[in-house]
Ligand binder design. Structure first.
Ligand code: SF4
Length: 195
């Protein structure tokens, strides 16, 4: 797990002169700027998955990052100015819903997020259950902080019905209620859990 606060302390206290970063810069290209500004809580954490970086290198395809859709595609995915702010209803507070809300808010739209559970995490919670997957939980916590920083209204324990959507008066609706895990047999399935 990369720890920006530890990195900052190490430099400030003279424990070391240089800190070398690899994957964390793919996850957040503004890592060093945020570190310098003391905004460590805004640094998007790398989740050590290797899906978009080393995994892509191994298959000779275009590098990317699981938590930063703009990585290596900065020119094509740059946030363009908007002509008219839209009110956007987002159903689902997992990664997809939070990322949609984050980008919409940065671009000047007015997203509003509804999550039927009592926290923002989606599949990051079961995914982060093993001790060595703690970075998944760090990502969920980062999204919760980003929603607060960007002043996105978040409604927890809020089930949204079709009627709610129709009468709410939003310009656009994004359904981000997740997917079902692929289930396959491992033989003795009595001890296999899929959330
Ligand atoms: S793809 Fe995964 S491991 Fe690689 S930089 Fe992104 S979050 Fe980190």
């Amino acid at each position: 797990m990369d720890d920006p606060d530890m990195a900052l302390s190490a430099i400030e206290e003279g424990v070391c002169d240089v800190i070398d970063l690899g994957r964390p810069l793919l996850a957040d290209p503004d890592y060093c700027n945020k570190l310098k500004a003391g905004r460590t809580g805004e640094i998007r954490p790398c989740i050590s998955c290797h899906e978009g970086c080393m995994g892509r290198v191994a298959e000779y395809s275009l590098i990317n990052c699981a938590v930063n859709p703009q990585a290596a595609r900065e020119r094509f995915t740059a946030y363009e100015p908007i002509l008219r702010p839209k009110k956007v209803l987002i159903v689902g507070g997992g990664v997809a819903g939070c990322e949609a809300a984050r980008v919409l808010a940065i671009r000047g739209h007015q997203p509003e997020l509804f999550e039927k559970g009592d926290r923002l995490d989606g599949n990051l919670l079961p995914g982060g259950a093993p001790e060595f997957k703690e970075d998944d939980i760090a990502l969920a916590e980062w999204y919760a902080r980003e929603m607060e920083r960007l002043q996105v209204p978040v409604h927890l324990n809020a089930m949204v019905t079709k009627g709610d959507v129709l009468k709410a008066g939003f310009d656009t609706v994004i359904i981000a209620t997740g997917s079902s895990p692929k289930v396959f047999s491992l033989g003795d399935d009595a001890h296999v859990y899929t959330d």
